[in-house]
Design a protein around this ligand. Structure first.
Ligand code: ZN
Length: 267
């Protein structure tokens, strides 16, 4: 992708990985599934993508102590439980044709039109933005997830504000939920059952908390993430979730309309 070291570093910093952490995640440079390894151990930031053709490989040496890593990441941590202020650059969806097209193509239109999802357009980052609602106070937002609308924008998915609350889309009366890869898929299923997007990460404790109210959980990650789906299923079962089922997919749920999804789950 031809990003130089400095640009790569900027993207890696934008992931807001806390100090002393080693994680695997989807590569924002080549979109490889779970191919990017980042660690912030020992006062360094190292990143490495296992895709041979991907140039995302680098290392940032901290400035003698943890000050650098702390100053980069602490700010975010402090924000975790505070209010999320919706940036001025978030405009109504209608202000971008590309954003409208995205939600049409990815079966989010219905969820948006019926108010199950709040979707905006970030004019500054050129992203279609899925707002994350407060779990109890539905009119408050705790964060947002932005999908890049151009291939020149990194990373492909960007998280604003709180990263501990998953993006959820559904109806109050749903007693079944499905764990999906991204926000668009969560919207696509939302008339039938509640979609919960985990966004390329593993399942966090806070995510599990918000799954407790459902009688049944499906896990529907894409085919490349089968191992991850089994890991998540095992993890949930070991923590007392009784009704967990892995749903094999032909394709991402965002490529199916409501009728097809109904057929897929309850046909
Ligand atoms: Zn890569």
């Amino acid at each position: 992708m031809g990003l130089n070291y400095k640009q790569q570093l900027e993207v890696i910093q934008g992931l807001f990985i806390p100090p002393d952490t080693a994680i695997r995640l989807d590569c924002p440079f080549c979109n490889g599934k779970n191919t990017l390894s980042v660690d912030t151990m020992h006062n360094n930031i190292n990143w490495y993508c296992f895709h041979a053709s991907c140039s995302a490989k680098g290392k940032y040496q901290g400035e003698k102590d943890m000050t650098y890593v702390n100053s980069t990441f602490k700010k975010k941590e402090e924000n975790l439980n505070t209010e999320f202020y919706v940036p001025d650059s978030f405009k109504i969806l209608d202000s971008s044709d590309k954003a409208r097209q995205y939600i049409h193509k990815n079966n989010c239109w219905e969820a948006w039109a019926w108010g199950r999802a709040d979707i905006k357009y970030d004019v500054k980052q050129d992203r279609v933005v899925f707002m994350i609602r407060h779990e109890q106070k539905a009119h408050e937002f705790v964060g947002a997830v932005g999908r890049a609308l151009s291939s020149a924008t990194y990373p492909k998915w960007y998280m604003y504000g709180n990263k501990d609350v998953p993006f959820k889309c559904g109806l109050h009366e749903h007693n079944e939920a499905v764990i999906v890869e991204d926000c668009a898929s969560a919207c696509a299923v939302s008339n039938i059952l509640t979609g919960v997007a985990i966004l390329g990460t593993s399942l966090k404790q806070s995510h599990k908390q918000s799954l407790k109210s459902y009688d049944k959980l499906y896990i529907a990650l894409d085919r490349d993430a089968t191992t991850k789906a089994f890991d998540i299923a095992n993890e949930l079962r070991s923590e007392g979730f009784k009704n967990v089922e892995i749903k094999a997919l032909k394709d991402d749920l965002k490529y199916f309309n409501t009728e097809e999804i109904k057929e897929m789950f309850y046909g």
